[in-house]
Every structure is written in structure tokens, then in C-alpha cells.
Ligand binder design. Structure first.
Ligand SMILES: [Zn+2]
Ligand SMILES: [Zn+2]
Length: 734
């Protein structure tokens, strides 16, 4: 092949591909996935990746030569590019967008262009080769320079420099010598796997019999049923057979906890971690280790599905119902569960999903494919707490400040008296939830986002939860000029304040995304709670996840209906999952747990199922509703959002697209199977200053319908002031 197709990331142009001539001397070593330097106009030499080869140029121009190969070890394979190509097609986005999300593009640039310092230390010592002495000599005169310049001038490689640094001849900055994100666990002691018992054995053996299944396998186990031990036993089998395991957790904090447990069981050497928060230097290191097949187990959050783990023999996705597996913004709006399924097929490996409250579609498919395994009892046989319902229509008036009912108060008092711990869930952050004028009823909204501004007492500001705009409390109503403005509704900060009023001598802390501005604040608080240094923890759904504290015996949900009222077909599912998960935090140890739900809506079906912690019952009702209205799993939803700073133009282009789509589906006789809903203004009509309209497409033709829609979308061209976002299988339709 004469030419190489390279991928570049140019300021202003974005990520693009171009053809370059392969110099003769590179022909025998050049490979897909290598990082190279290429000349690019006035910018001089820039970084690029080899993504393909050809004998011809796509146009009539003279190709420039590749300057040099930065690293002979490729960073990805052709097979890997094929997976990304599939992702691009599935999510109706371009290949380069996916590549950009998957590959640590930035780190390659960083490693090649970063300003770094080399401190020359000495050039005499044991075992130096002549070449190394020359390098050290050359270094004597140099201080700070970019890596490219440095490598050009000194004619050395990173491997050599690392050797010299390790031997104490030079000191180089951290970006240069890669770090291992697991170094913090280096003193960890390995321990044997637990013996499985009872239902765990049945589940383990059942799953083993299905490892050849091309369809996902579901492990549905109640909270604290010991799913992790089953996973670990399966992992052991797979790595013993010489293959590798990818293990995903929904969040970075959970992925870190998981990595620690894996390192303890399988040894730190064989475990790697990948998520968006590890540093670029660490990413580079991990990426290379994975690509060279030096790690057996990779744990990580969503983006780890794109890490180059080789020879995969099993993929596990824990807490598979979590919406964090889907990237909603920016594109590619991929779902790690969908990509993992494809990845599993590529490697002919099984995909194992686990949850106490599975996604409705996952459960539906698992039942139909006969791939469902259940664990209905807790690992230590402690009973699941059955939640008690406090009907606030009855108890609301006598409740403390209208929100903390008498029964909840007495349970809190008793729990504290027993020196046990309490979790209180309030799924709205902030102090109040809206600010309203009592004269004319106007609610103060964010000028850019059409949602109520929320009072934060800690910073004494109104805050928009979508764009983070802050403003001070207005003196007068912007609509009528009255000064009768007051805040209403309850958020976590208000609950925290009320609890501190009621229990002044008790250690109360709050956990929600407002505290996340401090790095690791979340983990620190959870650790403190785990150690018993906090008595009452107030928080949003963040506290429903992963917390395993045997001393928690009371869980109170202050406003249990709040999750069910969002205008989304998944609202019941989300509400049910949240209540079941948070209830599962109570009584995990030797003490029996209690759960209290405060509600104004005690008869709602999803609520009733959550109360009895009966997933099957909830599933039966919910799946009927989905079928009746053709929602997933009975259709695929493709959501289009048209937005513009001009309300009228956004609406007009949304209407045009809907009309064209309807005309096309009519023409092909598909209209019954490819239903177009809308355009309608989005529930959040305005966001970041953009007016938003949505079209929902319900595709009941599977692949054929998907192809039809994606072809249609490919042909759309829009004026510059209109933005189109395509979300395939959206998880929220607000
Ligand atoms: Zn007013
Ligand atoms: Zn806003």
C-alpha cells in the first residue's frame, strides 16, 4: 500500500481523516493504530493516528509524507475500529465522533507536545552504555522543552529515558514516566475467594451452563444476596482458562471500590482500572498494558467499554439498571450495555448483567431467552425489610414542618437510642424547590432554561440545576413588582436543617451532587458513615447506591412519590428502582432493618410493588403498559431534538423534519411501524438559552426501521443556527 489514512484533530476543523504517502523506510513497520507525526499546513508537524491504507488517493492532489512514527506499538487494531464503526452506525453519528470519545486522543497529544522538564543529575555511574552517556551529555545543556523537540534534539526514546530515570541519572516530570492508578492499593493483601452457598451455587452453575449463549444472561438477585461472590467465582474460571474479564460498574466511586475488592482477590498485578477521571498519563499506561495483554481483569465505568482489553472471555455489568451507563451528552450518545453486547459478540464471550431491580427490557429478554437466574434471599439470610407506608394525607398536618411525620420521628429516635444509623432519602437537592410570588403566582425561572431556580441556603443564592447560573434572591416579583416572594418545596438542604433542629446533638451530614465540587467528598463522607462517625445521613439517590453498612437499620424516604411524577414513560420504573434500592440499604447485618415511605399516593401500583419489594409483580403490570403503548422493549425509540436560540425557527425546522419523515414512511408503507410523535416542545422547553423541540420515533421494525431512519437522518442538512441532536434508545425524554 502506498498511502496511509490518518486521523488528525485540528483546532477549528475538529477530528478529520487525510491521506499521506508512506515513506519507503516505514513500509515494513507501519501499522494501523500507530501514533505518527504528519506535516499539516502552517501548523507544522501534528499528531495523527494510522486508521487505514490504500493504493489510491481519493482526490487529485499530491500527498505529503508521514514524518515519523511516534511509537511502533499500535494503540488499537482493525477489529477495534470495526467495533467503533458499528457504534457510529447504531447511534447515527459519525465515526470520528466515536473515535474521539473512545480513544484517549488528548493524551497522545499531551504526551507528544507537553512541556516537561528533564533535570540532569549526573552522567557517571555503573553500567551506562556509550549511547546513554551521549544522551546524558546532550541533556546537560537543556532544561525545559517540548517532548517532540526533546526527542528530536536528543534522539532518544521514552523507554531509554525511563531507564535512566529509574537508575537515578535524570529526573523527568510525571507525564513522562507513566503512573499506575492502582498504586494506591499496592500494600493490599490478597485473600481467598468466599465459598458459595445455597442460591449462589445454583445461580453460578446455571450461569456456567449458559456461557455459550449469544444473548445476555441476567442475574436478578435481591439487594445483599451476594451477587459479587458469584461474579468473582466466574471471573476466576475465566482467567484460569486464559481469557480476560471486563467488569463495569455504573459510577467511578463504585468502580474504584470494585477494583479494590478485585485486587484483594486476584492480586493487583492482574487488575486494571479505567474511567474518565484517571489522569492522561495513567490512561496511556493502562491502555498500553491492556493492548499488550498484560492485564487479566479490567474494572471501570461506562467508558471502559472502549478500552482495548484483549481476548475477552466474559463481560459483567453490575447494577445494569443504572442510567449512568448511557451517555446522554455530548454525542456519541452510546449505552455501554449495548456496546458491551456487541463487544461480547466480537469476542464470542458471554455478557452477564446483574441487578436487584433490572431494567424492564433486560428482564423481558432474559425471560424470553431462558437466560434468567434469580437469588431471592439475602446472603446472610437476614430478612428484607418490608417497608411501612406513612400516608401523608393522614399524617402530613402533624408532621414536623409538614415533612417529617411523627412515626418517622419516633423511629429515628429509637434507632439513635440503639446506637444504630439512619439514612434519609430526599430526591431533590437544594433547600427549597421553587420560589413563587404569592400575589400573582409567578415562579422564578432560569432565564436560559425555563425551569424553576432553586434556593440554596448554604450559598444564599438561587441556582439553576441545569446550567448552574446563580442569582441573588430578588427583592420584587419580576412580573407584578410585589415583594411577597417566598420559597416552597423541600430539598435535601432543608431536610438537613430540619433534622438538625430536631436532633441538635446528633451527627447529621448531607450527601448530594452539590458536595461533589470537592474531589472525593462523596467517598470521604461514605467512609465516615461506614466507620460510624455519622449518625444520620441525608441525601439524594446517591445514597441508594452501593452503600453496604450493617449498622444502618432505618431508612426513611421523605417524599416517596416524587420520582413517579416526572413526564417520562420510565417514571414508574425509575421510582420503583430507587425505592427498592434504598430500602435494600437497611438491615444488611445482624440487626433487622426498618424502612418508612412517606407518601400522598399510597395506592399507586409501582409504589405498592416497591413496598412489598416484589419485582415480578411490578414487572407484570409495567410490561403490559409498555406493550399497550408500544414502548420499549416493544419498540425502539429514536429521539430527535431540534434547538435554536430562535424559538420560531427551532419549531419550524422540527415541523419540516417530521413532515418529511412522515411523507417517507407513507411512501414506503411503513407508517404503522415507524410512528412519528411530535414535534412538541421538550418538557424542558429552554436549556442554556436554546429553545428545544422534540420528535420521538417509535421503531417497530428493528434493524430495518433503524436503517431507514438513519438513512433519512444522514440526508438532513440544517441551517447553521439550528442544532440537531439524535438520541437512539434515549434514557430520558425531558
Ligand atoms: Zn408577582
Ligand atoms: Zn439555567
Amino acid at each position: 500500500m502506498k498511502y496511509a489514512l490518518v486521523l488528525v484533530n485540528i483546532k477549528g476543523l475538529g477530528v478529520k481523516t487525510f491521506s499521506y504517502l508512506i515513506p519507503d523506510e516505514m513500509r515494513s513497520i507501519i501499522q494501523i493504530g500507530q501514533a505518527v507525526l504528519v506535516p499539516f499546513g502552517r501548523q507544522g508537524l501534528i499528531n495523527a493516528f494510522i486508521v487505514g491504507f490504500s493504493d489510491y488517493l481519493p482526490g487529485d492532489f499530491k500527498a505529503k509524507k508521514i514524518n515519523r512514527i511516534l511509537d511502533e506499538t499500535p494503540l488499537f487494531s482493525l477489529k477495534y475500529l470495526k467495533l467503533l464503526e458499528w457504534v457510529a452506525n447504531y447511534y447515527c453519528t459519525d465515526f470520528v465522533t466515536v473515535l474521539n470519545a473512545a480513544l484517549p486522543m488528548k493524551l497522545i497529544e499531551k504526551n507528544a507536545k507537553v512541556e516537561f522538564s528533564v533535570i540532569y543529575m549526573k552522567d557517571e555511574g555503573e553500567g551506562l552504555t556509550k549511547r546513554q552517556r551521549e544522551i546524558l551529555q546532550a541533556l546537560k545543556e537543556r532544561g525545559k522543552c517540548s517532548l517532540i523537540e526533546f526527542e528530536e534534539q536528543v534522539k532518544t526514546t521514552r523507554t531509554t529515558m525511563k531507564k535512566l530515570a529509574d537508575a537515578g541519572f535524570v529526573k523527568v516530570s510525571e507525564e513522562y514516566i507513566y503512573r499506575n492508578p492502582l498504586a494506591i492499593f499496592k500494600d493490599i493483601k490478597t485473600e481467598p475467594l468466599y465459598e458459595l452457598s445455597g442460591e449462589q451455587i445454583t445461580a453460578y452453575e446455571g450461569i456456567r451452563s449458559k456461557l455459550k449463549s449469544p444473548n445476555p444472561i441476567l442475574l436478578h438477585g435481591v439487594t445483599a444476596s451476594g451477587k459479587t461472590e458469584v461474579y468473582f467465582k466466574l471471573i476466576k474460571d475465566v482467567i484460569d482458562s486464559g481469557r480476560n474479564v471486563l467488569f463495569l460498574a455504573p459510577e467511578i466511586a463504585l468502580a474504584s471500590q470494585l477494583t479494590k475488592r478485585l485486587a484483594r482477590k486476584f492480586g493487583i498485578k492482574d487488575v486494571a482500572i479505567w474511567h474518565s477521571s484517571i489522569s492522561d498519563g495513567e490512561k496511556y499506561d493502562v491502555w498500553q498494558r491492556l493492548y499488550k495483554n498484560d492485564s487479566k481483569i479490567l474494572a471501570g465505568a461506562r467508558s471502559a467499554v472502549f478500552a482495548p482489553l484483549q481476548n475477552i472471555g466474559l463481560i459483567i455489568i453490575d447494577e445494569e439498571h443504572e442510567s449512568a451507563y448511557k451517555q446522554t451528552n455530548p454525542a456519541p450518545r452510546y449505552d455501554a450495555r449495548v456496546v458491551a453486547r456487541r463487544l461480547a459478540q466480537f469476542h464470542q464471550a458471554p455478557l452477564l448483567l446483574g441487578s436487584a431491580t433490572p431494567d424492564i427490557s433486560t428482564y423481558y429478554y432474559a425471560v424470553n431467552n431462558n437466560n434468567l437466574f434469580e437469588m431471592k434471599n439475602r446472603f446472610n439470610n437476614s430478612p428484607l425489610a418490608s417497608p411501612q407506608v406513612i400516608n401523608m394525607q393522614e399524617y402530613g398536618k402533624a408532621a414536623y414542618r409538614g415533612i417529617i411525620s411523627k412515626p418517622l420521628q419516633s423511629e429515628i429516635t429509637e434507632t439513635l437510642a440503639r446506637k444504630q444509623q439512619v439514612i434519609l432519602l430526599m430526591n431533590r437537592r437544594g433547600y427549597s424547590t421553587y420560589t413563587q410570588c404569592r400575589s400573582c403566582g409567578t415562579v422564578i425561572e432560569c432565564p436560559d432554561c425555563s425551569i424553576p431556580m432553586i434556593w440554596h441556603s448554604s450559598i444564599k443564592k438561587l441556582k439553576c440545576h441545569y446550567c448552574n447560573r446563580e442569582m441573588s434572591f430578588p427583592d420584587f416579583c419580576p412580573a407584578c413588582g410585589s415583594d411577597a416572594l417566598s420559597t416552597s418545596g423541600v430539598g435535601t438542604q432543608k431536610i438537613e436543617a430540619y433534622i438538625k433542629e430536631l436532633y441538635p446533638n446528633v451527627r447529621t451530614e448531607r450527601i448530594d451532587s452539590d458536595i461533589l465540587t470537592r474531589k472525593n467528598a462523596h467517598i470521604e463522607l461514605l467512609n465516615k458513615f461506614q466507620k460510624g462517625e455519622i449518625d444520620i445521613l441525608v441525601g439524594t439517590q446517591m445514597i441508594a447506591k452501593g452503600l453496604d453498612n450493617p449498622n444502618v437499620t432505618l431508612v426513611g424516604v421523605l417524599s416517596a412519590d416524587s420520582g413517579f411524577s416526572i413526564p417520562d414513560f420510565r417514571a414508574s420504573e425509575r421510582g420503583f428502582q430507587l425505592l427498592t434500592q434504598v430500602a435494600g440499604r437497611a438491615g444488611r447485618g445482624e440487626f433487622k432493618g426498618k424502612v418508612l415511605f412517606q407518601t400522598y399516593n399510597p395506592d399507586y401500583y409501582a409504589f405498592q410493588s416497591a413496598k412489598s419489594q416484589n419485582y415480578e409483580k411490578f414487572f407484570e403490570t409495567e410490561i403490559k403498559a409498555r406493550q399497550e403503548f408500544d414502548y420499549p422493549p416493544f419498540s425502539q425509540i429514536i429521539r430527535l431534538i431540534l434547538s435554536s436560540q430562535n424559538n420560531f425557527r427551532a419549531e419550524k425546522s422540527a415541523m419540516e423534519i417530521a413532515l418529511r419523515l412522515n411523507t417517507m414512511t407513507d411512501k414506503f408503507g411503513f407508517s404503522e411501524y415507524l410512528e412519528t410523535l411530535g414535534p412538541t416542545p421538550c418538557v424542558i422547553e429552554k436549556l442554556h438559552g436554546f429553545y428545544r423541540f422534540q420528535i420521538l420515533i417509535k421503531n417497530k421494525l428493528s434493524q430495518k426501521g433503524h436503517d431507514f431512519v438513519s438513512k433519512f437522518l444522514n440526508k438532513i442538512t440544517l441551517p447553521k443556527d439550528i442544532k440537531l441532536a439524535i438520541d437512539v434508545d434515549p434514557l430520558d425524554i425531558l
